[in-house]
Design a protein around this ligand. Structure first.
Ligand SMILES: Cc1cc2nc3c(=O)[nH]c(=O)nc-3n(C[C@H](O)[C@H](O)[C@H](O)COP(=O)(O)OP(=O)(O)OC[C@H]3O[C@@H](n4cnc5c(N)ncnc54)[C@H](O)[C@@H]3O)c2cc1C
Length: 375
């Protein structure tokens, strides 16, 4: 019997495994992909606090620092925000994910790659595709949007189409300004969503778009138009993928008996911006420590995880209700134009206002993580 079984080996699963093992638990991690996180199904944009938690400088992860964010809301008008105080980076998730799994092994985690969980018999039994059965005292569901454990034991994991961000992204070779990341809201490229160009360096960028599900649109066509608009000179598409991200409220409760939900499985991606790297790392790390402390008897209930995530859940729910208030395209465009006009005005007097707000939240996350690791 393992202390902790983690299903899913990306950011939330790998950080959960490392933290649980560091705090003395006997951990196994199951990841179905032979080559974890390749190609990276992500725009790879994150901020300095998460980069610090992941120790990106120390592990030598390639990253591109962004100096300006250019936002366009369905028109020729652009809003430009200089990024001076807090770093925003386009990271290399493939590098990070590979490193984290190796690091987990060094910490004593048994990492099983290329094996899929096919069934779960509550409370302890995980069945793999090779029919092998693993038993664990605590199970962490880090399976992303598919929420594989959750969908077998609870009836609130199915997402309605409008609560799913349906995405397409290409890795594009061309000439890019590595300092500027771009976002384009709504039409003509991403109705009710946004398109992005996140440069990895002068020659490479992640260019994609995400829209709420349920719209019958040809994403490849929209992405081609967006790439043509943004990349004027010669370019080459290296690869393209379709993928989804949750754009819903977080799961409540976040634990059920001996099971903890983390990352996208817990619906921790932001329903407006659809960024989930920081919350995957935060929730995975916290869940790992909580699981190990519970096993050792240092804490008496897993629901402490929920208490630590309370503020996060509140913020994400608020974003979800805000998103859902905008039902017509007119309201959507008006609201985003109003927000970014105001922010760009405020930014003249209070530079970094946009990042300051965001970074405040992530700094709180880091403090919570540090405090449970200490106590
Ligand atoms: C196109 C796109 C662009 C994005 N861009 C950004 C961005 O720029 N910045 C940002 O912050 N966020 C971004 N996100 C969101 C971010 O990628 C996710 O929030 C984050 O990857 C969640 O991590 P996770 O570990 O919880 O889940 P996932 O990354 O989904 O990992 C789940 C893992 O579980 C494994 N798994 C699933 N089922 C099983 C099973 N039965 N058995 C074994 N293993 C299983 C999967 O193979 C997978 O490796 C983007 C998302 C998309 C789709």
């Amino acid at each position: 019997m393992y202390d902790v079984i983690i299903i899913g080996g990306n950011l939330s699963g790998a950080t959960a495994a490392i933290n649980a093992a560091e705090f003395g638990a006997n951990v196994v991690l199951i990841e179905k992909n032979e080559k974890p996180f390749f190609p990276p199904r992500c725009g790879e944009a994150t901020e300095e606090v998460t980069a610090e938690i992941l120790n990106l400088d120390k592990i030598g992860c390639p990253k591109n620092q962004i100096k300006q964010i250019t936002i366009n809301v369905s028109s020729k008008k652009e809003y430009n925000f200089k990024v001076k105080k807090h770093g925003i980076y386009i990271i290399d998730r493939n590098f990070v994910e590979k490193y984290l799994l190796k690091h987990a092994e060094q910490k004593g985690v048994e990492v099983i790659i290329g094996s899929r969980m096919t069934n779960f018999n509550p409370p302890n039994e995980i069945v793999l595709d090779n029919k092998k059965i693993l038993r664990g005292k605590i199970i962490i569901d880090a399976t992303g949007i598919s929420c594989q454990i959750g969908k077998r034991i609870r009836n609130d994991t199915e997402l309605k189409p409008s609560d799913i961000g349906v995405c397409i992204q290409s890795r594009v070779e061309g000439n890019f300004n590595p300092n500027i990341m771009k976002m384009w809201y709504d039409k003509p490229y991403a109705p009710f969503g946004y398109a992005w160009l996140f440069p990895k360096n002068e020659k490479l960028a992640n260019i994609g778009l995400g829209i709420p599900g349920g719209q019958k649109l040809d994403l490849s066509y929209l992405l081609d138009r967006y790439i043509e608009n943004e990349v004027k000179e010669k370019f080459k598409v290296l690869h393209t993928f379709h993928s989804c991200v949750p754009a819903s409220k977080p799961l409540e409760p976040l634990t059920k008996d001996n099971i903890i939900f983390v990352g996208d499985a817990a619906r921790f991606a932001n329903p407006i911006f659809e960024n989930g790297i920081n919350n995957a790392v935060f929730s995975g790390s916290v869940a790992g420590v909580i699981a190990a402390k519970f096993i050792k008897g240092d804490i008496s209930k897993l629901t402490i995880y929920e208490e630590l995530m309370k503020n996060k859940v509140k913020i994400l729910k608020k974003a979800y209700y805000k998103k859902n208030r905008l039902t017509t395209e007119e309201e959507y465009i008006k609201s985003y134009r109003r927000t970014y006009s105001l922010l760009s005005l405020l930014n003249k007097f209070f530079p970094n206002i946009l990042q300051n707000q965001f970074i405040k939240i992530v700094k709180k996350d880091k403090k919570i993580l540090e405090s449970i690791r200490k106590n």
